[in-house]
Write a protein that binds this ligand. Structure first.
Ligand SMILES: CC(C)(COP(=O)(O)OP(=O)(O)OC[C@H]1O[C@@H](n2cnc3c(N)ncnc32)[C@H](O)[C@@H]1OP(=O)(O)O)[C@@H](O)C(=O)NCCC(=O)NCCS
Length: 270
């Protein structure tokens, strides 16, 4: 086995093996879905092949049918072996961080945040390959279908969890580092007053609450938390919590505790 394939196998093996077990159990429990589960998961040998099939089935339509889109997605997975590793890691963190997620089957088949993020990763690969029109096409389909509008040039790290995912907007020059969690209706946008590099930089481990808008080329420091409904217009210090419109620090001294995006820690200390 080539070195790259071996790394992917080891990195995604646990998640993929468990996903297959869950698909077999689900097919036995719900025979109505057996052929769907077989086509989407059990027919494939690797998570990348299953995702290529499944995403293409969802996102393909008249302008770019599923068969051709599947080829494009498979090409991306061959072109950058890290995409498969990230897909497995993203699935693992959904299970770890979402109390409503009991199986890997749920994000793989049903969660818009997971599907939208994996499709973004393919669009970002296309962007890096200078295939911008195809990248925009994919962005537009993902936005229509999953309500997740991520510019293909945005940079998003691994282990990212987008819960519910309704109404996510991430702009062209935004950066989201590893291990970030965000809930629905989050905007990482520009203020409308600047061109060029105009979007937020979200550092590792940040937790962004539902409906928060983070606007402008500002930095949200490592392990910071943004409360639901906040409008963040200036830098947020590492490990601090901000809330409100416009957002201000709350909750006393900044915490030294566990990474909030991993713990999904949504408490404000007295
Ligand atoms: C409102 C807006 C246009 C800024 O207008 P502005 O007049 O240049 O405002 P400034 O940045 O100089 O801020 C003026 C004051 O308004 C506050 N403010 C700015 N934007 C605000 C907002 N969206 N909500 C609440 N208060 C806001 C600032 O904190 C500042 O308060 P202060 O005077 O007490 O310090 C801009 O911040 C905005 O919200 N643009 C829309 C961006 C958007 O929707 N982006 C999404 C892209 S996908």
């Amino acid at each position: 086995m080539a070195e790259a394939s071996k790394r992917i196998f080891e990195a995604s093996g646990g998640v993929w093996a468990q996903l297959r077990v869950e698909a077999m159990q689900a097919a036995a429990e719900e025979p109505l879905l057996a052929s769907y589960l077989h086509a989407a998961i059990l027919h494939h040998d690797r998570i990348e092949d299953a995702l290529a099939y499944h995403l293409a089935q969802k996102l393909g339509h008249g302008d770019l049918p599923a068969l051709q889109l599947r080829e494009v997605i498979s090409e991306a997975y061959r072109g950058d072996p890290q995409l498969g590793v990230q897909a497995a890691r993203d699935m693992r963190v959904v299970r770890e961080r979402d109390p409503a997620c009991k199986t890997y089957l749920q994000p793989f088949l049903f969660f818009k945040g997971y599907g939208g993020l994996q499709a973004y990763r393919v669009a970002h690969w296309l962007w890096r390959e200078e295939r911008h029109v195809l990248a925009y096409h994919l962005q537009s389909r993902v936005s229509e279908l999953f309500s997740v509008d991520i510019h293909p040039a945005a940079k998003i790290g691994a282990g990212v969890f987008i819960d519910h995912a309704h109404g996510i907007v991430i702009g062209e020059t935004a950066v989201v580092e590893d291990d970030v969690s965000m809930l629905h209706s989050v905007t990482l946008g520009g203020t409308g007053k600047a061109g060029g590099d105009r979007h937020p930089k979200i550092r590792r481990g940040v937790l962004i609450g539902a409906g928060a808008s983070v606007l402008g080329n500002i930095e949200v420091g490592e392990d910071a938390r943004i409360a639901a409904g906040s409008v963040v217009l200036s830098d947020v210090a590492a490990r601090c919590t901000v809330a409100g419109v416009p957002a201000k620090p709350v909750g006393g001294p900044c915490s030294q505790g566990a990474r909030p995006a991993e713990a999904m820690d949504q408490k404000i200390e007295d």
